[in-house]
Write a protein that binds this ligand. Structure first.
Ligand SMILES: Cc1cc2nc3c(=O)[nH]c(=O)nc-3n(C[C@H](O)[C@H](O)[C@H](O)COP(=O)(O)OP(=O)(O)OC[C@H]3O[C@@H](n4cnc5c(N)ncnc54)[C@H](O)[C@@H]3O)c2cc1C
Length: 443
């Protein structure tokens, strides 16, 4: 066992137990998570523990594999029911595809401005459906973690060659929620709703293998530092604790890898072959995103638009028009944009270099809106930042229409995620709640 793993197990065992019956979502849960940068501790497996661990003390402990909307929904429901939850997330923060990317000076490889910029480069906004998600959004708005985006956001047509027909723009008039001050606030706020002291969340830790212990009927997870990547680096290690139940809230592809046997070639038997087979039938697309800063205002008379009519662009959003986003520092930049390429265009460039993709998407945006081209030319011909990011599993194209099958050989293991429900954050959240309910019924 890694020494760090052993240390982490001892620390978890020694941690004080929270008072029984303490209210879920209270201040101590919020403080333990939001103190991440100040109080984040070393985690077993070399990751970061970003929420306080609760001691065992006879309580039932559940592993929630990953911290996107689905996993965090399940974690909150399980801790509210009095269970202790250990959550594993390979990313540096929580929230999954609802996140923001901070880019500091020089980070774009394209002469980025000195000021730090933040982009919501994944999910753009949260819509209040289904009903439990609408209730959550209202709660998080009241708590200041979300705000309404009142920009001019709607639908627009493009010509066959990809030029926007500005006259066709139709504002949507829907309620649009975004994280405040950035979309990263969403994951933090969801984690803070977990019962005080009942969530032990570990980021930068990759779940790598899962097996049922025949002697005890409990689940054992193997993990490795996320920095090690998919291959190479240190071998995975068993997590020190065994779990009474497991919620798998991965994307479809990752579900297949974890539950279908041997994520990374460690020779595991499949933990849940029927669930893995259901996930394997769900296809998803690549989405290339461009994060762009402009030195001059574009004058484009809209803040966000879904583009119909073909061409490389599917969505454009003036990121800086969202509430609470950073204001420009000096004259380094005046507005920021997030551009999403269409599924067809993105899939065809799955393996392209990101510099090439950034250049192509910038050219496509300038072509789509002449005022953008003029703003770029007026700002010296080269934007201060144009950085591309590839989302490998952006949306499930054919999500399940019913929850994943129960698996007789995998007791107290439930799976969820957008692939199991629908292509929106609200769907993922609802599937996480349903998974928690199903697990509670089995415990
Ligand atoms: C570009 C883009 C734009 C979108 N726009 C919108 C929008 O405007 N509105 C909307 O409602 N939806 C939007 N979506 C869809 C929405 O983001 C997703 O449906 C939703 O966030 C999925 O949540 P989830 O919890 O199922 O998965 P995720 O959020 O993907 O969470 C899964 C987590 O698993 C982690 N992980 C993977 N493998 C491992 C492992 N082995 N060990 C540990 N951790 C692991 C990942 O890091 C990730 O954090 C968009 C998606 C993309 C990509």
């Amino acid at each position: 066992m890694h020494r760090a793993l052993a240390r982490g197990a001892a620390a978890a065992a020694a941690a004080p137990r929270p008072p029984p019956g303490a209210a879920a979502g209270g201040p101590s849960a919020a403080a333990s998570f939001s103190g991440r940068s100040a109080a984040a501790a070393a985690s077993p497996a070399g990751g970061r523990r970003v929420a306080a661990a609760a001691a065992g003390g006879g309580g039932r402990r559940v592993a929630v594999v990953v911290g996107g909307a689905a996993g965090l929904a399940a974690a909150a429901a399980l801790t509210a029911a009095g269970l202790d939850v250990t959550l594993f997330e390979q990313g540096r923060g929580l929230g999954g595809r609802v996140c923001s990317r901070r880019v500091d000076g020089g980070g774009g490889g394209d002469g980025a401005a000195a000021a730090e910029l933040s982009f919501d480069h994944g999910a753009q906004y949260l819509s209040p459906k289904p009903a439990p998600f609408a209730a959550l959004l209202a709660e998080l708005e009241a708590a200041g973690a979300l705000a309404r985006w009142h920009g001019a956001v709607g639908d627009i047509n493009a010509s066959g060659s990809g030029v926007l027909d500005l006259g066709s723009f139709r504002p949507g008039g829907k309620a649009l929620y975004v994280g405040s001050p950035s979309n990263s606030a969403f994951g933090r706020a969801l984690a803070a709703r977990c019962g005080p002291g009942r969530l032990s969340a570990h980021t930068a830790v990759r779940a790598h293998g899962l097996a049922l212990e025949p002697a005890t009927g409990r689940w054992r997870l193997r993990v490795r530092p996320a920095a090690a990547g998919d291959s190479g680096g240190p071998a995975s290690e068993p997590w020190p604790e065994a779990f009474d139940g497991v919620v798998s809230a991965l994307s479809a592809n990752s579900t297949v890898r974890l539950l279908g046997g041997g994520d990374g070639g460690d020779g595991d038997a499949a933990a849940a072959p029927a669930i893995a087979a259901a996930a394997a039938g769900v296809r998803s697309n690549v989405c290339w995103a461009l994060m762009l800063a402009l030195r001059r205002p574009s004058g484009l008379p809209l803040d966000g638009a879904l583009i119909a009519g073909g061409g490389p662009l599917a969505w454009i959003a003036r990121n800086s028009s969202k509430p609470g986003r950073a204001r420009p520092a000096g004259d380094a930049w005046v507005e920021t944009w997030v551009i999403h390429a269409s599924p067809e265009w993105s899939n065809a460039r799955r393996d392209a270099r990101r510099e090439q993709v950034a250049a192509e998407l910038l050219a496509a945006f300038a072509h789509a809106a002449p005022c953008v081209r003029e703003a770029i030319e007026g700002g010296g011909g080269r934007p201060p930042l144009a950085l591309a990011h590839r989302w490998n599993n952006a949306y499930p194209l054919n999500p399940l229409t019913a929850p994943p099958p129960a698996e007789p050989g995998a007791p107290r293991l439930v799976a969820c995620g957008d692939w199991a429900a629908g292509p929106r954050v609200g769907d993922a959240y609802a599937s996480g709640l349903a998974a928690a309910e199903s697990l509670l019924a089995q415990l």
